[in-house]
Design a protein around this ligand. Structure first.
Ligand SMILES: C[S@@+](CC[C@H](N)C(=O)[O-])C[C@H]1O[C@@H](n2cnc3c(N)ncnc32)[C@H](O)[C@@H]1O
Ligand SMILES: [Zn+2]
Length: 332
């Protein structure tokens, strides 16, 4: 943890400022220490460089199960890919990389930290990635050399953060929460008036084949089995996906887009056709490991933005299978 992070932190129980005691540091990084609240006397450890505001042994069982699956996933699939930047900008459009310059940014559910890293490299003044799971270990390793990047282990529902952010975003996280709308509101509550919020979620529309046929298998089997078994099992659908994208969707979209647009799920499958085997395997594993996944309709998604009183809201249909939104927090 970099000491300057302290100015953004508050006690998640009572919103008071925290004081820092350092036990071990390594150059600019605090490796072991404590964050203490003088008002309610709660204390939060810094372990292996990461402030820990969530103890997985004590969170609700549904959230713990989700964190266990994704924690394993992001400690296994730690690879980087040069296509992440373009993919990320697709999820947060119309935001561009210039938008990040000098902003104080929050990423809710940072996983292995790939987007925290991009935001930091695109010139954010500070970017804080939070995640409930052990994915923070990978995210910390990926970002510790960046002076403007910070990683925290915390629950999106109990953010230990002051309302200091110019921009908050969440990609692929809210639909995995027990109450997606409440998670969205919690993230948005940390943005200053006049700041912006982005979110990307799975859509209900056009995903009936998943909700009908894949979800029962995910809920009853794949999210419950041993992760190493799922790692092997998921290679079967991943191989089908890989062959379809490399032999059909990729080539046909290059040579005959007019014909390709009639293919099943073409917008999404062509968007991932440039990824190699490991990334496509990650995508399949990611879909199968989650115990909770909601598919959210446009109507429901729009109501989230009304709930936070956002202005200038732009909602977009991404790859014809998901919703992305950008809105501005009302400034009186
Ligand atoms: C599909 S991953 C997406 C990670 C990252 N946004 C990305 O696109 O690479 C979902 C992430 O949400 C995190 N998550 C799930 N429930 C959470 C909660 N209650 N609070 C914070 N993070 C949570 C998981 O641990 C996981 O890393
Ligand atoms: Zn407190």
């Amino acid at each position: 943890m970099k000491e300057k992070l302290l100015s953004c932190l508050v006690c998640p129980a009572c919103d008071s400022p925290l004081s820092l005691s350092v036990h071990k540091s390594d150059n600019a990084e605090i490796i072991e220490g404590d964050l203490n609240c003088s008002v309610c006397a709660k204390s939060f450890p810094i372990i292996r460089g990461i402030p820990r505001f969530a103890d997985l042994e004590h969170v609700e069982s549904d959230k713990r199960a989700t964190a266990a699956g994704f924690g394993w996933q992001w400690q296994h699939f730690t690879q980087q890919d040069e296509k992440y930047a373009e993919q990320f900008l697709g999820w947060i459009a119309p935001v561009t990389h210039e938008f990040f310059r000098d902003k104080v940014v929050l990423e809710a559910g940072c996983g292995k930290g790939r987007h925290t890293q991009l935001a930091a490299n695109w010139g954010a003044r500070e970017v804080i990635g939070i995640d409930l799971s052990a994915a923070v270990e990978t995210a910390f390793a990926a970002t510790r050399s960046l002076p403007n990047a910070h990683i925290i282990q915390a629950d999106i529902y109990h953010l230990p953060l002051a309302q200091k952010f110019d921009y908050a975003f969440s990609v692929g996280v809210l639909h995995h929460l027990p109450d997606p709308r409440a998670g969205f509101k919690s993230m948005a509550s940390k943005v200053k008036p006049g700041g912006h919020v982005s979110a990307w979620v799975y859509g209900a529309e056009n995903n009936e084949w998943i909700t009908r046929f894949v979800n029962p298998v995910r809920e009853k089997i794949t999210s419950r089995i041993d992760r190493r078994a799922l790692l092997q099992l998921s290679k079967v659908p991943a191989a089908c996906l890989y062959l379809a994208t490399k032999l059909v969707y990729g080539p046909l979209n290059r040579i005959g887009p007019g014909l390709a647009k009639h293919l099943f799920y073409n917008d999404y499958l062509s968007s991932i056709s440039g990824f190699g085997w490991r990334e496509q395997h990650t995508i399949v594993f990611d879909h199968l490991v989650a115990p909770t996944a909601f598919y959210i309709s446009r109507e429901e998604f729009e109501s989230w933005w009304r709930d936070i009183g956002a202005r200038d809201v732009t909602i977009g249909w991404h790859n014809k299978n998901s919703w992305r939104g950008l809105g501005k927090i009302w400034e009186p």
